[in-house]
Structure formats: structure tokens, C-alpha cells
Design a protein around this ligand. Structure first.
Ligand code: PEP
Ligand code: MN
Length: 298
């Protein structure tokens, strides 16, 4: 009797030849293909920090968070206008109005903006307002959506499905690449694995970062907010992600998250601008010590 066996890393050259490092060798096996969003470079010399609210709730809230994250050193703005919520009775986002607000906040601060698109029919609309399209965890294998995002020509932030293997995740990225769009950034956001839910929302899979880097030249970032679901865990998870080789972070921030600025969505994981500043300082200090070390070697 022969058993077909599971799909494994050995199958990646067949599943995703366009993004497989083993098929498309760059000049150097450690090279990452830089994905540029305006002045922001994913996979460049310095990790990228994307920060902003979970959801765009109002113009005032979004502008305040955008200004605050810019002031403490974020490189890019995030915010959901179309929110994937467990209950259809919960706040679903402001939709088109949310996109307009994000565009205004981006123009004012100079921070490029990434926002989620859930519906293939809305890709063109979202692409008019956003600098980068986010495909959320729940939609990682929504193939018509991936194809439309590929056709849009916009850079794509592809979150890992909450129970997706590396092969499934890279297979999803291949759908975008097959449309001629290699402007893809992968994002690890925690997976459902025992004991997720007990003390944190998900399990942050830091091991996947070196694995992604071994298999593809696409940059990979980490979302410590959805990975932990707990504001007090976000700073250490961020630092651990950077130490594991992440090319950046995407973090949910609120002004005064436990007080007047308590978000409607994912309140427990929102950090303050002050905590975001600590994370940016960690990156600054790390970059500085690396360049000092290099200067001594030369
Ligand atoms: C988000 O980043 O807004 C989000 C909903 O994340 P995820 O798709 O990872 O759950
Ligand atoms: Mn959220």
C-alpha cells in the first residue's frame, strides 16, 4: 500500500516557484528582495515599524493616533476600515469613510498607510486610498482576493492564516506573485496552537521567521498585537521578533488605551504611544550597536 504523504518543504519549489529561494536564486543566499512602499523599505537595512489603531473609529481618533505614532518614530500607519469581526453584530468599520480618513491621516503625517481589504470586489477602491493592501489572516486562502490583489499592482501585506503551514502561506503568496506582483511582505501574526487562548490570544511562532527566510526572498514582519492579544506582552514580543530576524513589526496603538481612548476593537492588546517609543528605541539601540560592531571589524 502506498501512502501519498503530506506536503512538506521539499514541495515548495513546485508550489511556489516564483517566490522560492531555491528556484529563483538571488545573487546571495541571504538576500531579501526589498519591497518599497513610498520611502519605506521592507527588507532594507532597518526593521520597519507600522503602527496605528486596530480600526478607524473616527476622524479625530485616527488623526490623533497617526500623529502620536509619527511623533515616536513609526515608519508607516495601519488602521482597519473594513473589519473582520467574529460577530456580525459588532462594529464592522467605517468602510469608505474610513478609507478617506486614513488617506487624510497619511497625507498629513507623511506615513504611508496599509489597510485590510476583505472583498475582491473592493480591491480597486481600497487601492485608490491605501499605499499597501493587507490580506488578513482569515482571508489568506481567499484565492479570488489574492488574484485581485496581485492584479492591483499595489504592495501586499499577506498575513499568515491562523492555522496555516508555511507551505500554505507561501502558496498563497504565489497567487499574488503569479499576477506579476512581487511586492509582497509576509506577516506572522500568531497561530492557533495549544495553549492559545489560555494566557494569550495566539502562539507567536518566531521559529517561522528563519524558516521563511530560508525558503523565500520575500521580507517577513511580525504582528505582536494579534499574536499575543495582551498589551503588556507586546513590547517583549516585538523585541523577540526583531532578535529573530523580523524585517519589521505591525502594532496596534491607541492614545490612552485604558482611558478615554479605549478602542472599540481589540482593546486589550492596544499599547500606548509611550510603549511604542520603547520599541522604536530598542530598534535604534540595536542598529547603533550593529553599526559600531561593523566599524570595529573593518
Ligand atoms: C488586523 O491586523 O487588523 C487583523 C484583523 O489581523 P489578523 O488578520 O491577523 O487577525
Ligand atoms: Mn485588531
Amino acid at each position: 500500500m502506498s501512502i501519498a504523504g503530506n506536503v512538506g518543504l521539499k514541495d515548495l519549489p513546485r508550489i511556489c516557484p516564483l517566490i522560492s529561494r531555491r528556484v529563483q536564486s538571488l545573487s546571495d543566499a541571504t538576500d531579501t528582495r526589498v519591497v518599497q512602499v513610498g520611502p519605506v523599505r521592507f527588507g532594507g537595512a532597518r526593521p520597519v515599524v507600522i503602527a496605528g489603531p486596530c480600526a478607524v473609529e473616527s476622524r479625530a481618533q485616527t488623526l490623533a493616533v497617526a500623529r502620536a505614532v509619527k511623533a515616536v518614530g513609526a515608519d508607516m500607519l495601519r488602521g482597519g476600515a473594513f473589519k473582520p469581526r467574529t460577530s456580525p453584530h459588532d462594529f464592522q468599520g467605517l468602510g469608505l469613510e474610513g478609507l478617506r480618513i486614513l488617506r487624510e491621516a497619511s497625507n498629513e503625517t507623511g506615513l504611508p498607510v496599509v489597510t485590510e481589504v476583505m472583498d475582491p470586489r473592493l480591491v480597486e477602491t481600497v487601492a485608490k486610498y491605501a499605499d499597501m493592501l493587507q490580506i488578513g489572516s482569515r482571508n489568506m486562502q481567499n484565492y479570488p482576493l489574492l488574484i485581485e490583489a496581485g492584479k492591483s499592482g499595489k504592495p501586499v501585506l499577506l498575513k499568515r492564516g491562523m492555522a496555516a503551514s508555511l507551505c500554505e502561506w507561501l502558496g498563497a503568496a504565489e497567487y499574488v506573485a503569479k499576477e506579476g506582483n512581487l511586492e509582497i511582505v509576509l506577516c506572522e501574526r500568531g497561530i492557533k496552537a495549544y495553549p492559545s487562548g489560555e494566557y494569550s490570544r495566539n502562539v507567536l511562532d518566531l521559529n517561522v521567521i528563519p524558516a521563511v527566510k530560508a525558503e523565500t526572498f520575500l521580507p517577513v514582519i511580525v504582528d505582536p498585537s494579534h499574536a499575543t492579544g495582551v498589551a503588556s506582552m507586546v513590547e517583549s514580543a516585538s523585541c523577540a521578533a526583531i532578535e529573530s530576524g523580523s524585517h519589521g513589526l505591525i502594532i496596534e496603538v491607541a492614545c490612552d488605551p485604558e482611558g478615554a481612548g479605549k478602542p472599540k476593537c481589540d482593546a486589550a492588546q492596544a499599547i500606548s504611544p509611550h510603549t511604542l517609543r520603547n520599541i522604536v528605541r530598542f530598534i535604534d539601540a540595536r542598529e547603533e550597536s550593529h553599526s559600531l560592531r561593523k566599524a570595529h571589524v573593518v
